[in-house]
Design a protein around this ligand. Sequence first.
Ligand SMILES: Nc1ncnc2c1ncn2[C@@H]1O[C@H](COP(=O)(O)OP(=O)(O)OP(=O)(O)O)[C@@H](O)[C@H]1O
Ligand SMILES: [Mg+2]
Length: 455
Amino acid sequence: MDALERTILIVEDDEGLQSQLKWHFDDFETTIVTASNVQEATTAVRHYRPAIVIQDLGLPPDPEGVEEGFKCIKEILKISPSAKIIVLTGKNEHRNALRSIQHGAFDFYFKPVETETLDHVVERAFKIAQLEFENNALSENLEVIPGIVTANVKMKNICRVVEKVAQTRVTATLIGESGTGKEVLARAIHKFGSKSDEPFVAINCAAVPENLIESELFGYEKGSFTGAVASNIGKIEQANGGTLFLDEIGDMPLPLQAKLLRFLQERVFERIGGRKEIHVDLRVVCATNKDLEIMVKEGTFREDLFYRITEIVIDIPALRDRGNDSILIANHLLNKLSTSIVGRAMILSEEASIAIEKYHWPGNIREVENRIKRAIILSENNVIHASDLNIKDSPNTPSSINLKEARKNAEVEAIHSALEISKQNISAAAKLLGITRPTLYDMMRKYNLPSETDK
Ligand SMILES: Nc1ncnc2c1ncn2[C@@H]1O[C@H](COP(=O)(O)OP(=O)(O)OP(=O)(O)O)[C@@H](O)[C@H]1O
Ligand SMILES: [Mg+2]
């Protein structure tokens, strides 16, 4: 993998200090660039994309204040969100140092400069910049098709199937839990097809009220029902030439299923209240998180429609069944979202990464997205911790059918809850659990659970 370019930009208006820093870091196997005000700094950032910026807070025209320094931080991050800015500030300026971090600086350092300590700060910044750089390179490589990050063999196969299906006009149905990427894949089928310039039109059968799905889908003629003051074309006509995405097809009301089937078989339909047959040429992609086969058995989904839409079935695995995709996707989303939300790059702490790998992700990638977004907003620095993600292990979800494991998980969960409720008081927790104190201690030792007294 390529290495990060070791370039440092020094933004300092004091010429003496500027040369001292330049001279010092020249020994560092780095390229040094200097600037003495905001404008020079932004020009240098555009030119050199320095990984590290060492920046004075007091800059002209306001060398005694800090506002120009804050402005400089913002301007630099606007151009290069991953730049690690280390702010130099006076000894008694703790508040301003913290404010710089809020503005997106990576770290601060109090003057006078003591080069040995500054070296550590700079090396640490380089290390983190290098990690982010590698992460970025990795997640770019891992985007198998646009919008799908994966290193999982099953998912890679699915992407290949999607590319193949795109070359045909068969009706494909994507089956997967909520948040597994059904819509992204449906759009990919459209995008990879020969009609990608034509419209992609989606209708979510679960989101549209039952009595409106028919008119949404087929359109209506003026006067066909109260309120139909003008004719309206439906989603099917809008999608003509391109792709119609029937999302949550399992929620299609039974009476409408017959009409849909006729349309799928003949590619012909009438608007509500209309007499004219309308012919369309389009591809249909369906998606559902329901088990359609069970629905067929229960009589809530028509068997003939089921066979019609399942010419090709794409079963999308849940995130928890995709190996370490959770961590890859979390890193990818963190890279992408942190720069767009707060204008700077962030990384996951090691314990956050472990928590992500262990978690069950019932809401799949959508949940990863939500938790990462929340953590980015809440985090006070550039590192996301497990607590920012607010995930707890989810042993209640039966990830294992091994009885011993299930019992262990249940016990650990109960102990955690009891300790939380009793504010870590062992006697009270034992009472809540209906066991003696020594038994609780034994169990905590057995399961490697730290008690407050160990801390
Ligand atoms: N493999 C992936 N890599 C990166 N991002 C992904 C991946 N899969 C899905 N996403 C993102 O996760 C979110 C959920 O995906 P999508 O809407 O396609 O899922 P869905 O199965 O249709 O979910 P729902 O059932 O909630 O409608 C989207 O923002 C999507 O961009
Ligand atoms: Mg969806």
